[in-house]
Design a protein around this ligand. Sequence first.
Ligand code: NAD
Length: 326
Amino acid sequence: MTWLITGGAGYIGAHVARAMAAEGESVLVLDDLSSGVPTRLPESIPLVHGSSLDGRLLKRVLAEHSVTGVVHLAARKQVAESVAQPTRYYQENVGGLATLLEAVAEAGIERFLFSSSAAVYGNPDVDLITEDTPCAPMSPYGETKLAGEWLVRAAGRAHGIATVCLRYFNVAGAAEPELADTGVFNIVPMVFDRLTRGEAPRIFGDDYPTPDGTCVRDYIHVADLADAHLAAARRLAGGAAGDLTVNVGRGEGVSVRELVTLIGEVTGDTTAPLVEPRRPGDAPRAVASAALAERELDWSARRGVREMVESAWRGWVLHHPEANRG
Ligand SMILES: NC(=O)c1ccc[n+]([C@@H]2O[C@H](COP(=O)([O-])OP(=O)(O)OC[C@H]3O[C@@H](n4cnc5c(N)ncnc54)[C@H](O)[C@@H]3O)[C@@H](O)[C@H]2O)c1
């Protein structure tokens, strides 16, 4: 098989591309480099500079490289930006996906893996979120991921494409320092950023109905997430038909306060956090049931939260040498 990985120069995509290549899969990447970094990829992985919105380019790339499966990660992913620019998010995340699926169907490709998100669930009042928990996204970003899943399944049924939608929970860490997340949109880099500036980390709300009053999340190491893609790709390559939608998390909750304390231990900077008011739209608790992934993909996470923070910190220091004051 030859896999096209869209968004493969991004934080998660580069981990996926490298993990699949390391296991002997033939992969190539398509990325518009809007937030991707080409040096995350080794020279052995071909990189096509282009957009998932460019149908002609997609058709040419799929044919020229005899692509037989697609892993689609290319998307815009910032919740606040999606609130400010909903049409752009629908155009790029849903429109780009529709253009890609059209090219996939025309090329007769029968395997498709879609990068979805726990954002599809919104704010469910459950201990563990299963794949049957009703979806009620709370941002245009989450809506585009849910609409994307519907589109993937509908195209799969119409064109005989076997599909997998992976709903990632909170992704953190790096397999190698140079692959680290360079954006400051998730909690781990946000806390690193505050500490590097000599400012106290911020906790938004400590009066939630959780054990220590701060929000509880399920963190997944990006290298484990890459392994989940490999497992899903192998399932598709092995002839699995129909569609599968599955959570990718550890099934364990960690509170924001616990995470900030751990970051203090790892970085050696134990500046006490500032508690600020709640942010609108933050769910008190979002923890995956990881049972279906284990059953269907024979996959479960192996790396813990300390390993995520330590590896993320090594990456942060590489990109922000001023952070390593010790
Ligand atoms: N990081 C997370 O915590 C998280 C959680 C859930 C889901 N996701 C999803 O995972 C995927 C990858 O996220 P990431 O964190 O690696 O973000 P990222 O911004 O690092 O990666 C996205 C990549 O896609 C590329 N891209 C964007 N739009 C494109 C387009 N139209 N055509 C071609 N390339 C395009 C970017 O240049 C970038 O390389 C996204 O679909 C995101 O929604 C991420």
